[in-house]
Design a protein around this ligand. Structure first.
Ligand code: SAJ
Length: 406
C-alpha cells in the first residue's frame, strides 16, 4: 500500500498526512475548505500546533503530500473529519457520511478504508459499512474497513501521533491486520487489535473517564467552598494515598473532545450512562458557578462598579485554542451581567470580541482578579505583587496555582 487518500485536513488529518508522507507514502490530502487547500499549496500555514507548519511545508515541497479539494484513487482511504455535537448533544455524522460518499467512485478491489473520527459505538458497522457497500465491493474481503481513534493531546500532537499506543478495530480481523500495516509505518507505541465497535467505544471511554474524574474534582471544590475548606489542600493530602489521584478543579471542561465525547455514549445508552451524564452537567455548571463566586465576592466587598481582571481565556493551559473554553464562558457571562472585564492571555493571537490587555494593564486598578487558565506565565507571578497594582484585594484562583502555594 503506497498511496493514501486522507479526507479532512484538520487537527488530526493534517499532521497524519505529513507524518505518512514523511514515511514515503504518497498522500493526497482532501478538504472542502478551499482557502485551507490554497494556503497549504502556497506552503504558508500557521496552525496552532507547534512544529506542524514546518512539517507541512516540507511534506508539500517533497511532493509526497498533495492537498486537494477532491479525492482520487488510492490504496488506503482515511477519514478524519469532525463529528460535532448537535443541539441535543448527539453526534452529527454528516461529514463522515459525506466523506464516505465522496470516495465511493474511487474505491477499487483490495483497498482499505479507515475511519479515525470520534463516533458513537456502532457507527462503522451501521453507518459507514452500508454506504461503502454501494461500491459493490464485498466489505471485509474486497474492501477492508477499520476504525482507529486518535488520542493525541492537543499541543503535543506530532509527538503523540508517533509515541502513543493505538487501538485498531476491524470490521473483521483481516481489516484490522491490513490497517495495522499502515500504522506500523509510523507508530512507535504498541498497536492493539480488536473489532470496530469496541475501538469506537474505547475512544469514548478514555475521554469519559477523564470527564468523570474532572467532575469529581469540580464537585469536591463546590463542597469545600460550602464547608469553608481549602480544596487544594484536601486534594493534595488525599493524593498522598498510594491509590488516589484526584484531578484538578477548574472553571469547567473545554476543548472539543472531553466535553463532547461522553455524550456519544449517553446517546447509545441513555438509561445506563447516568454517572457519565451527571459528570457532564457538573462540569458544564462550573462557568456559572465561578460567575456566582465573583458576584458574591464583589457584592460582599460592597464594590459599586467593580473592574474585574481575568487571567486567561483559552480552554486550557499552554494553548491559544478557544474551542469550548469555560474561561471564555465566564468572561462573556460577567460582561452580560454588566461588569467591566479586562482580559489577558499570552497564548491568544486573534480575539475579535474585545481588546486583550497586557498583564499589567489587566490588573491596574482592578477590584477583583480571576485566574481562569493555569498558563505557566501566570504560575510564576507572585499574586501579592499583583495586589499592589489593584484597587481592590479580591483574588479568585479557579486553578489553584496561587492558593495551593499559600
Ligand atoms: N481539565 C480540568 N482539570 C483537570 C484536567 C483537565 O479542569 O485536572 C480541563 C482542561 O482545563 C480543559 C479540559 O479539561 O478545559 C480538557 O483538557 P484535557 O487536557 O483533559 O484534554 P484535551 O481535550 O486537551 O485532550 C483530551 C485527551 N484525552 C485524555 O486525556 C483522556 C487526549 O488524549 C485526547 O486525544 C483528546 O482529548 C481528544 O482529542 O480526544
Amino acid at each position: 500500500m503506497k498511496k493514501v487518500c486522507l479526507i479532512g485536513l484538520g487537527c488530526i488529518g493534517l499532521p497524519t498526512s505529513c507524518i505518512l508522507s514523511g514515511k514515503g507514502f504518497k498522500v493526497v490530502g482532501v478538504d472542502t475548505n478551499q482557502k485551507l487547500v490554497e494556503e497549504l499549496n502556497q506552503v504558508n500555514i500557521d496552525p496552532l500546533e507547534p512544529g506542524l507548519a514546518g512539517l507541512a511545508n516540507s511534506a508539500i515541497k517533497s511532493g509526497n503530500f498533495i492537498p486537494k479539494l477532491s479525492p482520487e484513487e488510492a490504496d488506503v482511504f482515511m477519514i478524519c473529519v469532525p463529528t460535532p455535537p448537535t443541539d441535543e448533544n448527539k453526534a452529527d455524522l454528516t461529514y463522515v457520511k459525506d466523506a464516505a460518499k465522496s470516495v465511493l467512485p474511487y474505491l477499487r478491489k483490495g483497498n482499505l478504508v479507515i475511519l479515525e473520527s470520534t463516533v458513537p459505538p456502532g457507527t462503522t458497522e451501521e453507518i459507514l459499512k452500508p454506504i461503502l457497500e454501494k461500491s459493490r465491493l464485498k466489505i471485509g474481503n474486497e474492501l477492508c474497513l477499520a476504525y482507529c481513534p486518535e488520542r493525541v493531546l492537543p499541543g503535543n500532537i506530532l509527538k503523540e501521533l508517533v509515541e502513543n499506543n493505538r487501538i485498531i478495530g476491524g470490521i473483521n480481523p483481516e481489516s484490522a491486520e491490513l490497517a495495522k500495516e499502515i500504522y506500523q509505518s509510523f507508530v512507535e507505541g504498541e498497536i492493539y487489535l480488536t473489532d470496530a465497535t469496541t475501538a469506537e467505544m474505547v475512544k469514548l471511554v478514555e475521554n469519559s473517564f477523564r470527564d468523570v474524574n474532572i467532575a469529581f474534582a469540580n464537585e469536591l471544590s463546590r463542597i469545600c467552598d460550602k464547608l469553608n475548606l481549602k480544596i487544594w489542600e484536601v486534594i493534595e493530602l488525599a493524593n498522598k494515598h498510594p491509590r488516589v489521584s484526584i484531578l484538578k478543579p477548574g472553571p469547567g471542561v473545554g476543548g472539543h473532545c472531553v466535553a463532547v465525547d461522553p455524550f456519544f455514549i449517553v446517546e447509545k445508552a441513555p438509561e445506563e450512562a447516568k454517572l457519565i451524564k451527571t459528570a457532564r452537567s457538573v462540569n458544564d455548571s462550573m462557568p456559572d458557578y465561578i460567575v456566582e463566586k465573583v458576584e458574591r465576592a464583589v457584592k460582599e466587598a460592597e464594590i459599586k462598579t467593580p473592574i474585574i481582571a481575568c487571567f486567561g481565556i483559552a480552554y486550557k493551559a499552554g494553548t491559544g485554542d478557544l474551542r469550548g473554553s469555560p474561561a471564555l464562558k465566564v468572561v462573556r457571562r460577567l460582561r452580560e451581567k454588566g461588569y467591566t472585564v479586562r482580559v489577558c492571555d499570552p497564548y491568544i493571537k486573534y480575539f475579535t470580541e474585545s481588546p486583550l490587555f497586557s498583564l499589567e494593564e489587566t490588573v491596574q486598578g482592578a477590584d477583583c482578579l480571576v485566574l481562569l487558565v493555569d498558563h505557566k506565565e501566570f504560575k510564576k507571578i507572585n499574586p501579592h505583587e499583583l495586589l499592589k497594582k489593584m484597587r481592590g484585594s479580591l483574588i479568585i484562583d479557579t486553578r489553584g496555582i496561587w492558593l495551593s502555594n499559600e
